[in-house]
Design a protein around this ligand. Structure first.
Ligand SMILES: [Zn+2]
Length: 55
């Protein structure tokens, strides 16, 4: 049982992020109502940073 990082011990307890219905990534924060990936719920436009080039 020494697989992965120790800081990931709380994984699987409860899911913070669910699948985002706009970008499809598993980054939509349930309670905050914002997507960490595309910024859905926080801004109208897609989250876009110069340092994070879209792929
Ligand atoms: Zn999203």
């Amino acid at each position: 049982m020494t697989k992965g990082t120790a800081s990931l011990g709380k994984m699987g307890k409860r899911s913070v992020h669910i699948r985002c219905r706009r970008c499809g990534h598993h980054a939509y924060h349930k309670r905050r109502g914002v997507c960490a990936h595309c910024g859905f719920g926080r801004m109208k436009k897609l989250r876009a940073y110069r340092w994070a080039k879209r792929h």
